[in-house]
Design a protein around this ligand. Sequence first.
Ligand SMILES: Nc1ncnc2c1ncn2[C@@H]1O[C@H](COP(=O)(O)OP(=O)(O)OP(=O)(O)O)[C@@H](O)[C@H]1O
Length: 251
Amino acid sequence: MVSEPLLELRDIEAGYGRAALVLRGLTVTVPAGQIVCLVGPNGAGKSTVLKVASGMLTPRSGTITVDGVDVTRNGPQQMLRAGMAHVLQGHSVFKEMTVAENVGLGAYTVRDQAAVAERTDFVKTLFPVVAERWHTLAGALSGGQQKQVEFARSLMVSPKVVLLDEPSMGLDPKTTATVFEQVVRMRDAGLAVLLVEQNARRALESADLGCVLDLGKVHIAGPAADLLADPRMAELYLGGAASRLEEGKAR
Ligand SMILES: Nc1ncnc2c1ncn2[C@@H]1O[C@H](COP(=O)(O)OP(=O)(O)OP(=O)(O)O)[C@@H](O)[C@H]1O
Protein backbone atom coordinates (compact mmCIF):
# COMPACT_ATOMS: atom_id res chain seq x y z
CA MET A 1 0.00 0.00 0.00
CA VAL A 2 1.37 3.42 -0.95
CA SER A 3 0.86 5.88 1.89
CA GLU A 4 -0.28 9.43 1.26
CA PRO A 5 2.65 11.84 1.42
CA LEU A 6 2.81 14.08 4.48
CA LEU A 7 4.49 16.84 2.48
CA GLU A 8 4.14 17.17 -1.26
CA LEU A 9 5.79 19.77 -3.48
CA ARG A 10 4.31 19.33 -6.95
CA ASP A 11 5.48 20.88 -10.22
CA ILE A 12 7.17 23.71 -8.38
CA GLU A 13 8.64 26.62 -10.28
CA ALA A 14 10.49 29.11 -8.12
CA GLY A 15 13.26 31.66 -8.36
CA TYR A 16 14.65 34.84 -6.87
CA GLY A 17 13.31 38.19 -8.04
CA ARG A 18 13.61 38.67 -11.78
CA ALA A 19 16.41 36.15 -12.16
CA ALA A 20 15.87 32.93 -14.09
CA LEU A 21 13.93 30.14 -12.41
CA VAL A 22 15.90 27.96 -10.01
CA LEU A 23 13.27 25.23 -9.61
CA ARG A 24 11.77 24.22 -12.93
CA GLY A 25 8.89 21.85 -12.38
CA LEU A 26 10.20 20.03 -9.34
CA THR A 27 8.15 17.36 -7.57
CA VAL A 28 9.23 15.94 -4.20
CA THR A 29 7.15 13.96 -1.72
CA VAL A 30 7.93 13.21 1.90
CA PRO A 31 6.03 10.33 3.53
CA ALA A 32 5.35 10.38 7.27
CA GLY A 33 8.16 9.04 9.43
CA GLN A 34 10.77 8.90 6.67
CA ILE A 35 14.01 10.68 5.83
CA VAL A 36 14.07 12.02 2.28
CA CYS A 37 17.46 13.25 1.14
CA LEU A 38 18.01 15.76 -1.67
CA VAL A 39 21.40 15.56 -3.28
CA GLY A 40 22.86 17.19 -6.34
CA PRO A 41 25.60 19.50 -7.58
CA ASN A 42 26.23 22.99 -6.27
CA GLY A 43 23.56 25.39 -7.39
CA ALA A 44 21.09 22.63 -8.32
CA GLY A 45 18.47 24.29 -6.12
CA LYS A 46 18.54 22.04 -3.04
CA SER A 47 18.41 24.84 -0.45
CA THR A 48 15.80 26.59 -2.56
CA VAL A 49 13.51 23.55 -2.18
CA LEU A 50 13.71 23.93 1.60
CA LYS A 51 13.03 27.68 1.36
CA VAL A 52 9.91 26.96 -0.66
CA ALA A 53 8.81 24.28 1.82
CA SER A 54 9.22 26.65 4.79
CA GLY A 55 7.45 29.59 3.15
CA MET A 56 10.60 31.73 2.84
CA LEU A 57 10.15 31.73 -0.93
CA THR A 58 6.72 31.62 -2.60
CA PRO A 59 6.66 29.44 -5.71
CA ARG A 60 5.67 31.03 -9.01
CA SER A 61 3.65 27.95 -9.86
CA GLY A 62 2.95 24.48 -8.53
CA THR A 63 1.38 23.35 -5.26
CA ILE A 64 2.52 22.51 -1.76
CA THR A 65 0.36 20.32 0.46
CA VAL A 66 0.82 19.19 4.06
CA ASP A 67 -1.42 16.29 5.07
CA GLY A 68 -3.45 16.96 1.91
CA VAL A 69 -4.08 20.63 2.82
CA ASP A 70 -2.97 23.22 0.27
CA VAL A 71 -0.41 25.54 1.90
CA THR A 72 1.14 26.90 -1.31
CA ARG A 73 0.65 30.56 -0.47
CA ASN A 74 1.65 30.27 3.21
CA GLY A 75 4.30 32.62 4.56
CA PRO A 76 6.97 31.39 7.04
CA GLN A 77 4.82 31.75 10.17
CA GLN A 78 1.89 29.93 8.60
CA MET A 79 4.21 27.19 7.34
CA LEU A 80 5.55 26.78 10.87
CA ARG A 81 1.98 26.43 12.12
CA ALA A 82 1.29 23.92 9.34
CA GLY A 83 4.10 21.80 10.78
CA MET A 84 7.23 22.75 8.86
CA ALA A 85 10.40 23.48 10.88
CA HIS A 86 13.48 24.72 9.01
CA VAL A 87 17.02 24.30 10.38
CA LEU A 88 19.14 26.60 8.27
CA GLN A 89 22.58 25.99 6.83
CA GLY A 90 25.49 27.03 9.07
CA HIS A 91 25.24 27.73 12.78
CA SER A 92 22.38 29.68 14.26
CA VAL A 93 22.70 29.22 18.02
CA PHE A 94 22.96 32.34 20.15
CA LYS A 95 26.41 31.81 21.59
CA GLU A 96 25.98 34.14 24.59
CA MET A 97 22.84 32.32 25.71
CA THR A 98 22.64 28.99 27.49
CA VAL A 99 21.53 25.81 25.75
CA ALA A 100 18.29 26.02 27.77
CA GLU A 101 17.64 29.57 26.55
CA ASN A 102 18.40 28.65 22.95
CA VAL A 103 16.04 25.66 23.04
CA GLY A 104 13.41 27.75 24.84
CA LEU A 105 13.41 30.25 21.96
CA GLY A 106 11.97 27.51 19.79
CA ALA A 107 8.85 27.54 21.96
CA TYR A 108 8.46 31.33 21.80
CA THR A 109 5.09 31.01 20.05
CA VAL A 110 3.76 28.23 22.30
CA ARG A 111 1.55 29.63 25.10
CA ASP A 112 0.67 26.36 26.82
CA GLN A 113 3.42 26.00 29.46
CA ALA A 114 2.54 22.36 30.16
CA ALA A 115 3.09 21.65 26.46
CA VAL A 116 6.43 23.49 26.59
CA ALA A 117 7.53 21.43 29.61
CA GLU A 118 6.50 18.20 27.91
CA ARG A 119 8.31 19.16 24.74
CA THR A 120 11.42 20.16 26.68
CA ASP A 121 11.52 16.69 28.24
CA PHE A 122 11.08 15.18 24.78
CA VAL A 123 14.03 17.02 23.20
CA LYS A 124 16.26 16.43 26.24
CA THR A 125 15.59 12.70 25.95
CA LEU A 126 16.09 12.71 22.18
CA PHE A 127 19.35 14.67 22.34
CA PRO A 128 21.24 13.59 25.49
CA VAL A 129 24.02 16.12 24.90
CA VAL A 130 21.44 18.91 25.04
CA ALA A 131 20.32 17.68 28.47
CA GLU A 132 23.91 17.28 29.68
CA ARG A 133 24.93 20.81 28.63
CA TRP A 134 21.58 22.44 29.49
CA HIS A 135 23.04 25.29 31.58
CA THR A 136 26.19 25.81 29.47
CA LEU A 137 26.63 28.79 27.16
CA ALA A 138 25.90 27.53 23.64
CA GLY A 139 29.10 29.18 22.35
CA ALA A 140 31.14 26.78 24.49
CA LEU A 141 29.74 23.73 22.67
CA SER A 142 31.40 21.98 19.73
CA GLY A 143 29.98 22.42 16.23
CA GLY A 144 28.20 19.06 16.34
CA GLN A 145 26.72 19.81 19.76
CA GLN A 146 25.51 23.23 18.57
CA LYS A 147 23.80 21.52 15.63
CA GLN A 148 21.93 19.29 18.07
CA VAL A 149 20.82 22.37 20.01
CA GLU A 150 19.44 23.72 16.71
CA PHE A 151 17.62 20.43 16.11
CA ALA A 152 16.17 20.54 19.63
CA ARG A 153 15.06 24.16 19.20
CA SER A 154 13.32 23.32 15.91
CA LEU A 155 11.36 20.48 17.54
CA MET A 156 9.87 22.68 20.31
CA VAL A 157 6.89 23.58 18.10
CA SER A 158 6.10 19.87 17.52
CA PRO A 159 6.61 20.01 13.74
CA LYS A 160 5.47 17.32 11.33
CA VAL A 161 8.40 17.74 8.96
CA VAL A 162 11.91 18.94 9.80
CA LEU A 163 13.78 20.62 6.94
CA LEU A 164 17.52 20.22 7.45
CA ASP A 165 19.89 22.23 5.28
CA GLU A 166 23.37 20.67 5.20
CA PRO A 167 23.58 19.66 8.86
CA SER A 168 27.11 18.27 8.35
CA MET A 169 28.54 21.50 6.96
CA GLY A 170 31.91 22.30 8.56
CA LEU A 171 31.93 19.16 10.72
CA ASP A 172 34.61 16.48 10.78
CA PRO A 173 33.63 12.92 9.73
CA LYS A 174 33.22 11.63 13.31
CA THR A 175 31.00 14.55 14.31
CA THR A 176 29.08 14.22 11.05
CA ALA A 177 28.34 10.59 11.94
CA THR A 178 26.99 11.69 15.34
CA VAL A 179 24.79 14.35 13.75
CA PHE A 180 23.37 11.83 11.28
CA GLU A 181 22.66 9.44 14.16
CA GLN A 182 20.56 12.22 15.68
CA VAL A 183 18.73 12.73 12.38
CA VAL A 184 17.85 9.02 12.41
CA ARG A 185 16.68 9.35 16.02
CA MET A 186 14.34 12.16 14.96
CA ARG A 187 12.91 9.89 12.27
CA ASP A 188 12.61 7.01 14.73
CA ALA A 189 10.70 9.35 17.06
CA GLY A 190 8.08 9.68 14.29
CA LEU A 191 9.18 12.82 12.48
CA ALA A 192 9.50 13.19 8.74
CA VAL A 193 12.79 14.74 7.62
CA LEU A 194 13.62 16.49 4.35
CA LEU A 195 17.39 16.68 4.28
CA VAL A 196 19.72 18.57 1.94
CA GLU A 197 23.32 17.41 1.86
CA GLN A 198 26.54 17.90 -0.07
CA ASN A 199 27.83 14.79 1.63
CA ALA A 200 25.63 12.63 -0.62
CA ARG A 201 26.90 9.18 0.20
CA ARG A 202 26.83 9.72 3.96
CA ALA A 203 23.35 11.25 3.84
CA LEU A 204 21.90 8.53 1.62
CA GLU A 205 23.25 5.91 4.02
CA SER A 206 20.97 7.39 6.69
CA ALA A 207 17.99 8.24 4.47
CA ASP A 208 14.99 6.15 3.46
CA LEU A 209 14.44 7.87 0.12
CA GLY A 210 16.64 9.99 -2.09
CA CYS A 211 16.16 12.51 -4.88
CA VAL A 212 18.90 13.71 -7.19
CA LEU A 213 18.38 17.30 -8.25
CA ASP A 214 20.00 18.91 -11.21
CA LEU A 215 19.09 22.17 -12.90
CA GLY A 216 16.02 22.60 -10.70
CA LYS A 217 14.40 19.24 -11.35
CA VAL A 218 14.45 15.78 -9.82
CA HIS A 219 16.35 13.48 -12.17
CA ILE A 220 16.46 10.29 -10.14
CA ALA A 221 14.29 9.37 -7.15
CA GLY A 222 13.81 6.20 -5.18
CA PRO A 223 14.87 4.23 -2.12
CA ALA A 224 18.17 5.61 -0.82
CA ALA A 225 19.77 2.15 -0.96
CA ASP A 226 18.90 1.91 -4.67
CA LEU A 227 20.44 5.31 -5.37
CA LEU A 228 23.62 4.28 -3.59
CA ALA A 229 23.83 1.24 -5.89
CA ASP A 230 22.88 3.18 -9.06
CA PRO A 231 25.79 3.57 -11.51
CA ARG A 232 24.39 6.94 -12.60
CA MET A 233 24.94 8.13 -9.03
CA ALA A 234 28.55 6.99 -9.13
CA GLU A 235 28.92 8.88 -12.41
CA LEU A 236 27.46 11.98 -10.86
CA TYR A 237 29.25 11.91 -7.54
CA LEU A 238 32.45 10.04 -8.09
CA GLY A 239 34.01 12.17 -10.79
CA GLY A 240 31.31 12.47 -13.46
CA ALA A 241 29.65 15.71 -14.46
CA ALA A 242 26.02 16.46 -13.61
CA SER A 243 25.33 17.68 -17.11
CA ARG A 244 25.91 14.16 -18.47
CA LEU A 245 22.47 13.29 -17.16
CA GLU A 246 21.09 15.90 -19.51
CA GLU A 247 23.27 14.68 -22.39
CA GLY A 248 22.15 11.10 -21.76
CA LYS A 249 18.52 12.12 -21.91
CA ALA A 250 19.03 14.12 -25.11
CA ARG A 251 20.52 11.17 -26.94
N1 LIG B 1 18.88 34.74 -2.11
C1 LIG B 1 19.18 34.48 -3.39
N2 LIG B 1 19.08 35.44 -4.34
C2 LIG B 1 19.36 35.19 -5.64
N3 LIG B 1 19.77 33.98 -6.09
C3 LIG B 1 19.89 32.99 -5.20
C4 LIG B 1 19.61 33.18 -3.80
N4 LIG B 1 19.82 32.01 -3.16
C5 LIG B 1 20.21 31.13 -4.11
N5 LIG B 1 20.27 31.71 -5.32
C6 LIG B 1 20.63 31.06 -6.59
O1 LIG B 1 19.79 29.94 -6.79
C7 LIG B 1 20.52 28.85 -7.34
C8 LIG B 1 20.30 27.62 -6.50
O2 LIG B 1 20.83 27.88 -5.19
P1 LIG B 1 20.65 26.85 -3.99
O3 LIG B 1 21.33 27.44 -2.81
O4 LIG B 1 19.23 26.45 -3.87
O5 LIG B 1 21.45 25.60 -4.54
P2 LIG B 1 22.04 24.34 -3.78
O6 LIG B 1 21.74 23.16 -4.63
O7 LIG B 1 21.53 24.32 -2.37
O8 LIG B 1 23.57 24.67 -3.83
P3 LIG B 1 24.74 24.36 -2.78
O9 LIG B 1 24.93 22.88 -2.81
O10 LIG B 1 25.90 25.09 -3.36
O11 LIG B 1 24.31 24.90 -1.45
C9 LIG B 1 21.96 29.31 -7.46
O12 LIG B 1 22.19 29.72 -8.79
C10 LIG B 1 22.04 30.48 -6.51
O13 LIG B 1 22.98 31.43 -6.97
